[in-house]
Write a protein that binds this ligand. Structure first.
Ligand SMILES: Cc1cc2nc3c(=O)[nH]c(=O)nc-3n(C[C@H](O)[C@H](O)[C@H](O)COP(=O)(O)O)c2cc1C
Length: 367
């Protein structure tokens, strides 16, 4: 059930975080069926793969680190006590699996410093590869030094700067950003302040090739293409809004670059970046397709939250282990020993995905 938690005398930003957790517990916030276009990717079966499961090696380079599997949990939450419980539990699960854990936006820490412990997950998972999180417009307003301090205050290994103009434009009035200028300059300054330990992520509407190339040129070493196909943040905000804002949210609910297209377009645009595929990675077979299209790592958010809601930390752990098990099966069935070999697997792409990979320029269509 998607009942929004009644949070009367609570800090406004905490109530919003609880709304998000509550709405994302259900499926009303998903992009329309097939929005990620992964059903347009078929990996070609190899009946004699000459691979033993014993020799599969899923270890993966992730910036300056090595992961045990090419997966990560992308940023979700923090702030209210319940969000802290989710963060501490899922950080422990990620440490166990050997994959990075992303915190949700740390903006709320500035408004209410007393909630900092909900983000300080090292007390629960000292060795987890930890990714801090802040929105690009908040980063612009804070300035690079305060942003770097925010990342240091939780002992994050990297900071993810999130982009989400679509969500901001449909968010109820006082909470929303409407001035999106200065983003590239802000990111360049934060990259400098953090010595390059910066990722940039979308939140389910996708990075285009042009944006990915410009970010890579600024020295951003990690990009999360986060396309449409999974959680729609426009839908989340539309469900929280009323009147015109709710109608505008419904209109743009499926706006975005499908995740399969975003990954395939970003790979050649930013060839040296660590590329994360998120937005609708629901299982290990979809993860295998994302890796085949060029991602280094598949990122998951809401599916892990739902597994946690259903079965606690054990449920989240089992979900990630099953995801890895499915990924291993897919690798054997295309004859790949490593995630990098998966990229060379023959594949069949459907017409809608192929159309995204060769977008028409306005000049061509005008002729
Ligand atoms: C409950 C919830 C809260 C989220 N909060 C944040 C956030 O604070 N910062 C951020 O960068 N992304 C946030 N995201 C977006 C995810 O990191 C991810 O980009 C997006 O949900 C698509 O992945 P999915 O389809 O696996 O959910 C959130 C996602 C969920 C489900």
């Amino acid at each position: 059930m998607n009942t929004v938690i009644n949070a009367a005398p609570m800090h406004e930003s905490h109530a919003r975080k609880l709304d998000h957790l509550s709405l994302c517990a259900g499926d009303d916030v998903e992009h329309g069926a097939h929005a990620g276009l992964f059903e347009e990717v078929s990996l070609v079966h190899d009946a004699l793969p000459e691979v033993s499961t014993a020799e599969l090696d899923l270890t993966t380079r992730f910036l300056d680190h090595t992961l045990r599997a090419p997966l990560m949990l992308t940023g979700m939450t923090g702030g209210p006590r319940e969000a802290g419980e989710v963060n501490h539990a899922l950080a422990r699960v990620c440490a166990q699996v050997g994959v990075p854990f992303g915190l949700g936006s740390q903006r709320v820490m500035l408004r209410d410093p007393s909630c900092a412990d909900t983000f300080r997950v090292r007390s629960s998972a000292p060795d987890v590869l930890l990714i801090g999180n802040i929105g690009v417009m908040q980063a612009r307003d804070l300035g690079p030094e305060r942003v770097a301090e925010l990342a240091r205050s939780v002992e994050a290994d990297y900071l993810a700067i999130h982009l989400n103009p679509a969500m901001e434009l449909v968010q109820p009035g006082s909470e929303a950003d409407s001035d999106f200028t200065g983003g590239y300059d802000t990111i360049a300054r934060v990259v400098d302040a953090l010595g390059g330990r910066v990722l940039v992520k979308e939140c389910g509407t996708g990075l285009s090739a042009r944006v990915a190339a410009r970010l890579a040129a600024l020295g951003v070493r990690g990009l999360d293409a986060s396309g449409s196909g999974g959680t729609s943040w426009v839908k989340v905000e539309a469900l929280r809004a009323q009147g015109r804002q709710a109608r505008l949210g419904a209109l743009f609910a499926d706006w975005g670059i499908p995740t399969a297209a975003a990954v395939a377009l970003c790979r050649p645009a930013a060839p040296d970046a660590t590329l994360i595929a998120s937005g609708g990675i629901t299982d290990g077979l979809v993860a295998a397709k994302a890796l085949a299209l060029g991602a280094d790592v598949a990122g998951l958010a809401r599916p892990v939250l739902q597994a946690y809601n259903a079965g606690g930390a054990d449920g989240a752990l089992e979900f990630l282990e099953e995801t890895i098990a499915a990924l291993r099966i897919a690798m054997v069935l295309v004859g790949a020993r490593t995630p990098v070999e998966l990229r060379r697997a023959p594949r069949v792409l459907g017409p809608r995905l192929r159309a995204w990979l060769h977008p028409e320029s306005p000049a061509e269509s005008a002729q």
